[in-house]
Design a protein around this ligand. Structure first.
Ligand code: NZQ
Ligand code: ZN
Length: 388
């Protein structure tokens, strides 16, 4: 049974090979001062920067640049971004990049007109914005996080060794996002598969909770099957537009608030992965892949019917003559096999984590209670050790 809910998604999307041209239609809705937010320079190499600048100039915009947003954007960079946006009297924050740029733009957007330190306000005290919010637009160059159509903004603090996500409300979601699958084609393969695993795990995080028959889980299964199939095509043939466009659209639906409607959710893989990320600064999707199997094997006995359903419905495991446990185990083995085929990290040690970090990562892991088992500290340490 579905629980009660409301649903509204505030982001307007433009999808496809010609989607950038719609930037011209969006820009007149905002004032003249635009801050162009981007990362370490990939958009200059692949030509997206030149295309965006040309449209901004044609539209008569007054542009300030906020470059160098790193993967896993930091609290220090956020403070710098707030200064740039303030000095420019920003009317629009235009993020061009992956989830890091989109997340960062949202974090800047709620902090420009706020006097307090953004980390303290939103990530230490988890307060909601109470100051004017600067609108955000995204031009996405990497499929994975779903940041293009949600209110999430994950920030890393190297001083406190924390990586924390604040999920803001619809007023902070991008006003518009432009998704051209061609823009993702220049991604190195490792980043592409990290994004793919991130998508898959977002779906799992919402699926592995609750036992009800509900349409949200049915949608989740359809998305999982599409990601599994298209990932295998894209890994063999990264230029395959059909696969890359399906992956990009699946990423948006995996985390645009739809498939969690009316049900509980888990998110413990992300809590473990983010804590590991705070210690290693590793690629987000890879931190998730490294902890997933030890975590799912730990909680499987507590959510056996769902793990059985996952095996049969998503992986096509034939149930005849097998116990529920055997079926569920076969499902996780199929997941492991697929993860190895696409080439994600299977161990935290591949990402620079060491035995000495385990206690600290365990301390940094937020324990949530929406999954099949509320983990205790001993279980967290055991999962992390198995992931090493
Ligand atoms: O910095 P540039 O030069 O742009 O290079 C980036 C970066 O090095 C590169 N890249 C992106 N598009 C490219 C490209 N390189 C070549 N061609 C392209 N077209 O890829 C690298 C990774 O980019 P990044 O934006 O960091 O990756 P991703 O999209 O995975 O974002 C990760 C961040 O999002 C957060 C993560 O924790 C992490 O901080 N998340 C946000 C979520 C949300 N808003 O809901 C949920 C997620 O679970 C996640 O936590
Ligand atoms: Zn994620």
């Amino acid at each position: 049974m579905l629980g009660n809910f409301s649903y509204h998604n505030a982001t307007k999307l433009y999808f496809g090979e010609d989607s950038l041209q719609y930037l011209k239609q969006e820009l007149p809705k905002y004032g003249n001062n635009v801050v162009l937010i981007y990362g370490g320079g990939s958009i200059k190499k692949n030509g997206i920067y030149d295309q965006v600048i040309a449209i901004l100039k044609e539209s008569g915009k007054n542009i300030a640049e906020d470059a160098g947003v790193m993967p896993n954007p930091t609290a220090d960079k956020l403070r710098e971004g707030v200064k740039i946006a303030k000095a420019h009297h920003a009317d629009l924050l235009l993020a061009v990049g992956g989830g890091s740029c989109c997340d960062y733009a949202k974090a800047v957007s709620v902090s420009v007109h706020c006097d307090e330190d953004p980390w303290d306000k939103y990530y230490a005290r988890f307060e909601e914005p109470d100051c004017e919010i600067v609108p955000v637009g995204c031009i996405l160059t990497m499929a994975g996080t779903g940041s293009e159509m949600n209110g999430g903004a994950v920030i890393t603090n190297h001083d406190t060794k924390q990586k924390i996500g604040h999920v803001f409300g619809e007023e902070v979601m991008p006003k518009f996002s432009i998704l051209n699958p061609r823009f993702t084609m220049s991604l190195p393969k490792r980043q592409m598969v990290a994004g793919i695993y991130d998508i898959f795990n977002h779906i799992c995080e919402q699926y592995f909770s609750g036992e009800d028959d509900n349409v949200s889980d049915d949608l989740a299964e359809a998305l999982m099957k599409s990601v599994i199939r298209n990932a295998l095509v894209a890994v063999d043939d990264p230029e395959n537009y059909e696969a890359r466009s399906n992956i990009m659209w699946a990423a948006t639906w995996a985390l645009n608030t739809l498939i969690s409607r009316g049900k509980t959710t888990d998110w413990m893989v992300h809590m473990l992965g983010q804590a590991a990320g705070a210690y290693t600064d590793a690629t987000h999707g890879m931190t998730l892949s490294a902890v997933s199997l030890p975590y799912y094997r730990c909680i499987m006995p507590y959510g056996l019917p769902k793990f059985r359903k996952f095996a049969v419905d998503v992986w096509g495991v034939i149930p005849a003559g097998k116990t529920d446990q055997e079926i569920a185990r076969e499902g996780l083995a199929a997941l492991e096999n697929w993860m190895k085929k696409i080439g994600v990290a299977m161990k935290l040690s591949e990402l620079g984590a060491t035995e000495e970090m385990i206690e600290g990562i365990a301390d940094a892991t937020l324990i949530l209670d929406g999954g099949y088992k509320v983990l205790d500290r001993g279980e967290i340490v055991r999962i992390l050790k198995e992931s090493l």
